[in-house]
Design a protein around this ligand. Structure first.
Ligand SMILES: *Cc1c(COP(=O)(O)O)cnc(C)c1O
Length: 431
């Protein structure tokens, strides 16, 4: 049975415990203790396998001993109402495929992690009287993926805190128009205040008695594991040949998920960790000490992370620089290169790519050109239309999900930045 342990040590736990805890009690991140060998399973897949079918089999192979094959199948089925798509870019990008991961409800790859997390929690919820509330703070994108993933799930409510006036109008619409079991809270403060209030509420004995608070944090194992599935899907779809994956990275959860898939037998594959100016991992890979620093703002703002939390997991997989460097190459990309790539792709192919995807495409163009390469397209260009329009002079069309959000009415609960007020809100609504 696959067990999990904090990156900082301590006892092994099962998937269910890691799922509901999120962060380990010692502050570390849950990580698989053993390395399952899934080569037999992978060899049985036909290249025409659907994403849903592959997801259900792989989840069963990983978690079936603990949860049973039927439960795994149900979770996989309910997690993903959308699929990745894979196609060659063409026009001067030799042997380069884009894997589009933005066809879910919030139009970004985080829908895969959040969708699986929500489905797994819904399925594995303890059977008692306490209400389960997912409490999360967002600076924009993560909250939207989480809110959409949990919308209309049974037995779980979601409270999302966001800083008043500091998320984009489109992001605000995505957060505040769902209603039902999703409550958007507009905090009179900054993102840091939202994060502090969430942390303090988790420690509050007043709240913990009557309400089961849980987090949908990006470090949750329930968000990490499902991200491995789209790597496998690309590799199987392309005939299980040698592949290079280029991963636009910020917190490095996405890259970690790819490396986990590799450890289970997805070989031969190599990886490029593509970052913007927040390049602590590429610097480490090129010989500098690993040195977190404050993030700087860039055009690919979902990757503006100065202290990537998943580095702890990367170190579990590859304890030293040499072993990591044999599999992962680091590439840092400037804002100018990012804009130029958005323009180039639009000029040569007519397609729009988001700034994060553009960072990946720039990195893909350096070294090992000609080797079959899959660049992960992490968000829909329309989510970042201002930058895309600046780069190529045209506004990318909105996908139906975003178009629809704009027509709905916003509803948010205003709140001060005092944790006591958040506690009152939680107790009023859910206790
Ligand atoms: C979150 C995000 C990333 C970075 O992913 P990590 O797993 O944090 O490395 C890249 N692109 C987009 C659009 C994102 O939302």
């Amino acid at each position: 049975m696959l067990r999990f342990r904090s990156t900082r040590g301590g006892p092994d736990v099962d998937f269910r415990e890691a799922l509901f805890r999120g962060l380990a009690p010692d502050g570390g991140l849950y990580h698989p203790v053993s390395t399952p060998d899934l080569r037999g399973l992978f060899a049985a897949f036909d290249p025409s396998v659907s994403f849903g079918e592959l997801a259900a089999s792989a989840i069963s192979a990983l978690l079936g001993d603990e949860l049973g094959a039927q439960t795994c199948g149900r979770i996989a089925h309910r997690a993903f109402s959308f699929e990745p798509t894979l196609g060659e870019i063409g026009a001067g990008f030799e042997a380069t495929f884009l894997e589009e991961l933005y066809h879910g409800p919030s139009c970004a790859f985080k829908d895969f992690g959040a969708g699986f997390l929500a489905a797994a929690m819904e399925e594995l919820l303890p059977d008692d009287d306490r209400r389960t509330v997912v409490l999360t703070a967002t600076s924009g994108d993560t909250g939207s993926a989480v809110a959409h993933a949990f919308h209309r799930r049974t037995g779980i409510d979601v409270v999302v805190l966001y800083p008043k006036g500091r998320v984009s109008p489109l992001q605000e619409k995505q957060l505040t128009t769902l209603g039902g079991n999703i409550v958007a809270v507009e905090v009179a403060g900054a993102f840091d205040d939202c994060q502090r209030m969430v942390k303090e509420a988790f420690l509050s004995p007043r709240v913990a008695g009557p309400i089961r608070l849980t987090s949908a944090n990006s470090i949750n194992l329930g968000r990490l594991l499902p991200q491995s599935l789209y790597y496998l899907f690309a590799w199987v779809s392309l005939g299980r040949r040698r592949l290079r994956f280029v991963v636009p990275s910020g917190n490095f959860g996405n890259l970690t998920a790819g490396l986990l898939a590799r450890s289970w037998g997805m070989e031969p594959t190599s990886f490029v960790a593509a970052t913007n100016a927040n390049d602590v991992v590429p610097s480490y890979l090129s010989g500098a000490p690993f040195k977190p620093r404050p993030s700087v703002a860039t055009h690919s703002n979902a990757m503006d992370v100065g202290n990537p939390s998943n580095f702890e997991r990367l170190r579990r997989l590859y304890p030293d620089r040499d072993s990591m460097g044999r599999v992962v190459r680091g590439e840092a990309v400037t804002d100018e290169e990012t804009l130029a790539m958005i323009r180039r792709v639009h000029e040569t192919t007519g397609r729009f790519v988001c700034p994060h995807t553009a960072v990946g495409l720039v990195a893909a163009g350096r070294g090992a050109v000609g080797e079959p390469t899959v660049v992960l397209a992490t968000a829909h260009a329309a989510k970042f239309w201002e930058i895309v329009q600046d780069a190529c002079g045209e506004k990318p069309p909105l996908p139906p999900q975003l178009e629809e959000a704009l027509t709905r009415e916003s509803r948010a609960v205003p709140l001060s930045c005092e944790t006591a007020d958040l506690e009152d809100l939680l107790l009023d609504r859910y206790a």
